[in-house]
Design a protein around this ligand. Sequence first.
Ligand code: NAD
Length: 260
Amino acid sequence: IVSERVALVTGSTSGIGLAIAQKFAQMNYSVALNSFEPADTWFGLVAELDRLGSGEIVYVQADLADAAASRALSDQVLSRFGRVDVLVNNAGVQKVSPIEQFEDADWQRIVAVSLDSAFHAIRSCLPGMTERGWGRIINIASAHGLRASPFKSAYVATKHAVVGLTKTVALEAAEKGVTVNAICPGYVWTPLVAKQVADQARVHGLSEEDVIRQVILAPQPTKQFVQPEEIAEMAAYLCSDWARSITGSTISIDGGWTAK
Ligand code: NAD
């Protein structure tokens, strides 16, 4: 029954994760929100989402750069609700730098937040899904899970790895009513992208307006940013029964980027 569904969305206080959490709240799912700040930071956001539907909204603090916190997140949600039916591995961070200057700490943080956290959450949540014979795992990868751009070595490497993880778990879960897919967005206008405009301007020696036109939207044939709600609608569709045969897929929402 749809109203009994419980979703965990990692990194869901902003951007794409927040749009997905809002959509699920409107669908009367109970939703566990997550980020690294203490819970009182997000009381207002929890109350706002609570008003959208009949499910229960909770916030679970976990800094996914920290391995112990990352391992503990799903267990906290499982002990709170007794189940996770829909897992969205969305948390992700970016760092734009030539590889010669890439710091160990940045590399490790990106791998931990984007890839290790997905592994930890899938390992904890999948057994309950397969026991109940229904589940949805949605990994927010990227066009950078399918194509590369310079100066984003850690990001591109982890997003390709997330695609590999998606396909592997899809095969393991294929007969159990659990689908596992990767959504691969092109540039979506979120704080993550807004923050990298300045970084890109420095690396490329361009003004911020030129970065948006010549660098950021250059690979996106539509020349338009994707909106977070477009990703949320796809996540909702993947949770429908009509999407039961979509598994192990990479679903591009990238304005034509990977058509090239
Ligand atoms: P965002 O910066 O707006 O939001 C990221 C969320 O993750 C925030 O809620 C943040 O608090 C949380 N987060 C960051 N570090 C964390 C940590 N250590 N522990 C727990 N939570 C943490 O970013 P976004 O643009 O919405 O990106 C969401 C996902 O979509 C990421 O995986 C990103 O790589 C991917 N993506 C984004 C774009 C884009 O253009 N915005 C394109 C393709 C893929």
